[in-house]
Design a protein around this ligand. Structure first.
Ligand code: ZN
Length: 752
């Protein structure tokens, strides 16, 4: 089989407006990392690029939410995401960012190249403009009443209350979120990429040439886009956050590239930066037909990577992706992962709760990589459950793979002096032959699955090979043969040692006759035959372990390193060409003592994670609950002495506490715990959603003074944006009382 001259592998650029969760990890990062580690073990020329996507309106919006600047937002999340990937051993050759000058330059050059050749169209349209802020308004910057449900908090792109997709023109009474004024319509010119012109190219390239090697789910989505009619797509927009159009361009002033246009070019600028850093030439990776380009993404990115970016690449004279193995979505405990509902497991949460909590967190990294590959949503949506995680670790990694390696090492130290025993060819039997055949066949099986991006099945094959090792050992029973090696007069206490060994090996020897074996040991030939049989068994089990190291390495790099250490061999053994070999460990070579590869996941650990998940959900639904209440909801009864960790004065001063008066209160539809309150802060009135409906009637609390956290980031509950939180005291019976000044105070008074 011939292979491409070089590979360029990309993982979707994560958007720098928040931390990413394990669904993202399973979709675009772990599969790419497995593939790249496999290619490197094959000694192929490969570059693995990724980086943060830092433009688009969601960045300034996040900045408004967090009360900071867009630059602060991208810095915060770029470095946090980069660290998360590093902590989970995603081995990018470069993790770049689209705010870099090199990327700006690259994207501008790309735009100019297409524009100069007449591949873009310009159109004049009317768009909403805020005269006071002197700014065109992105859809998100326009608020109004939803024509569908009547909510007065719909945005120009979507109503958060009923979920309807909107255009700004559909909003009733639109206002600008920048100034609060009604926007006016103003003429503006934009550049468009006419996708329709390239329909025939897409039909031939995707629906004919790749109909057999791309995933059905990917082909299906492309087909529906193509058949649905390809519209021209605006390449530019009026915004002050993004990549400015080239200054020489007439009419380009004040416009930036649309983020969907600049982001995928980020793969090219990342490759350029990698080449600069490593003294290489980036051009062949994007321009030479002998390069294989593969994009790893989630299904929400298919249109960009299969339709739009390939058109751009074709027009720019670059290579096209050879495959786009997009994954479906990963759900969590029976529900979609959602940031706004706090139903998610962020990579950072797992890193803090598992990886950082113990020495040698590498095994915890591998446990997550294992489970996420085992449930990878390759052909349909799949689901992360903590119970599933525990089962995968305890009953596969620990009981099958880990157990096989550990038994092999313990027995080799007990019965073969810690050295690789010789293999006696004259004694080879059918069981040995079968295991040898299994080892030899595994390389091709795993390889062929990896080349087809079937990571789940490939991992299954590796684990299955270790299962075959266990079955082989179970049939060979070297611990029974060992009894024949015992001296004629066994020393006192000798049985207790073998008892220990059995316990540490978890061996069931109820079938073995208690001590009759010693009778046979009197025959010298019997002892020799037993030793040879043990040698053969452990020789093969050790060669199998070495093979497992090579095969598991792309999936579980930390486990492979541990096994290398136990074998006292260097990384070179990880070369893929070594898989299938029965000569990886030399006879007579002494190996280190075993160390456990994986620990078990305890029931208490998953119970704790489930509680955390539910507590997060309660918090998201009832923004103003006290910590005690949130605990109660998830059956975590707080103790009186449960003080939170100590904080510094500076932490306290970050809170802006103010006196306010409740001026309106009503129940929230379809949420029996929530009240929508309007409070007067003197300098402004605002809406706060509070989880107190079971405790207070709306009509009873109007006019009450309360203390609120005034600078809490806004949060949506049942489609209503809550801007702050009301402080409450909760007694031990769960009764709630407002906190208020002992005499009426002016609204807006500071509390400190
Ligand atoms: Zn609506």
């Amino acid at each position: 089989m011939s292979y491409p001259k070089r590979y360029l592998i990309t993982s979707a650029l994560p958007y720098a407006n928040g931390l990413k969760h394990v669904g993202h990890l399973a979709g675009a990062y772990i599969p790419a990392d497995i593939y790249v580690r496999y290619l490197r073990a094959q000694k192929r020329d490969v570059v693995f690029v990724c980086g943060s996507d830092e433009h688009g309106t969601a960045i300034p919006i996040q900045a408004m939410k967090e009360g900071t600047t867009p630059q602060a937002i991208i810095d915060k999340y770029h470095f946090a995401m980069k660290q998360d990937f590093a902590d989970l051993d995603i081995s990018f050759d470069i993790y770049h960012r689209t705010s870099s000058p090199l990327h700006h330059e690259t994207a501008q050059e790309f735009f100019t190249y297409l524009n100069d050749r007449g591949e873009l169209e310009t159109k004049e349209t009317e768009q909403y403009y805020d005269e006071e802020a002197k700014s065109f308004l992105a859809d998100r910057y326009i608020k109004g009443t939803c024509p569908n449900c009547g909510s007065d908090r719909a945005f120009g792109d979507q109503c958060e209350n009923c979920g309807t997709t909107l255009s700004p023109d559909e909003l009733i009474n639109p206002v600008s979120t920048l100034s609060g004024n009604p926007p006016v319509k103003k003429k503006t010119t934009h550049w468009y990429l006419p996708l329709g012109k390239h329909e025939q190219f897409l039909r031939t390239w995707i629906l004919e040439q790749h109909k057999d090697d791309w995933r059905n789910t990917v082909i299906g989505q492309c087909k529906s886009w193509i058949e649905g009619g390809l519209q021209s797509r605006a390449v530019t927009r009026d915004l002050d956050w993004g990549i400015a159009l080239p200054s020489s361009l007439k009419g380009g002033l004040g416009k930036v590239l649309y983020v969907w246009f600049d982001a995928p070019i980020g793969y090219i600028s990342a490759t350029k930066q990698w080449a600069i850093d490593n003294g290489k030439d980036w051009k062949p990776y994007w321009q030479d037909k002998e390069t294989k380009l593969v994009h790893f993404i989630g299904k929400d990115n298919i249109v960009f990577h299969c339709i739009i970016f390939p058109i751009m690449l074709k027009l720019h004279g670059d290579i096209l992706p050879d495959n786009v193995p997009a994954n479906e979505f990963l759900n969590l405990e029976g529900d979609k992962m959602s940031t706004s509902r706090n139903w998610k497991l962020e990579m950072r949460d797992y890193i803090n709760d598992f990886v950082k909590k113990e020495n040698g967190g590498g095994q915890c990294v591998d446990m997550l990589r294992y489970y996420l590959t085992q449930i990878a949503p390759e052909t349909k949506d799949s689901e992360f459950t903590w119970k599933g995680f525990q089962d995968a670790v305890n009953s596969e990694l620990v009981s099958v793979f880990g157990n096989f390696v550990n038994r092999t090492w313990v027995l080799m130290h007990k019965l073969c002096n810690g050295k690789v025993p010789v293999f006696h060819n004259d004694l080879i039997d059918d069981q040995d032959k079968q295991l040898i055949a299994d080892i030899t066949a595994s390389k091709e099986k795993v390889e062929s699955l990896l080349e087809q991006y079937k990571f789940r099945e490939a991992l299954y094959e590796v684990i299955d090979l270790s299962r075959k090792g266990n079955q082989y050992m179970q049939k060979k029973e070297p611990w029974i043969l060992a009894k024949k090696l015992a001296p004629l007069n066994p020393p006192q206490g000798g049985t207790s040692e073998s008892g220990n060994m059995k316990r540490s090996l978890n061996i069931d020897d109820t079938k073995a006759p208690p001590s009759e074996g010693f009778g046979e040991a009197s025959s010298l030939e019997g002892r020799e035959a037993a030793q040879k049989s043990i040698d053969n068994c452990l020789h093969l089990c050790l060669q199998l372990s070495a093979n497992l190291t090579v095969l598991i390495h792309p999936f579980l790099p930390n486990t492979a390193q541990k096994m290398l250490h136990m074998m006292k061999v260097v990384d070179k053994i990880l070369d893929w060409k070594n898989a299938g070999s029965l000569k990886l460990l030399s006879v007579g070579y002494s190996l280190r003592e075993p160390q456990l590869l994986f620990r078990k996941i305890e029931d208490a650990e998953i119970a704790e994670q489930m509680e955390k998940l539910k507590a997060g959900l309660v918090k998201a639904e009832t923004g103003s609950l006290t910590a005690g209440q949130a605990g109660q909801k998830s059956d975590l009864t707080p103790q009186a002495s449960d003080l939170k960790p100590q904080i510094q004065y500076d932490d306290f001063t970050k809170l802006d506490l103010k006196v306010a008066t409740i001026i309106a209160a009503e129940k929230v539809a379809k949420a029996d715990k929530l009240l929508k309150l309007e409070v007067d802060l003197g300098f402004e009135k605002r809406i706060i959603v509070s989880g107190i409906a079971l405790h207070f009637k709306p009509e009873d609390i109007i006019g009450k003074q309360v203390v609120i956290v005034a600078n809490l980031a806004p949060r949506k509950m049942k489609g209503i944006e809550s801007n702050g939180m009301i402080l409450m005291a909760e007694d031990k019976d769960g009764k709630l009382k407002f906190i208020n000044p002992d005499e009426a105070s002016a609204n807006g008074s500071s509390v400190s």
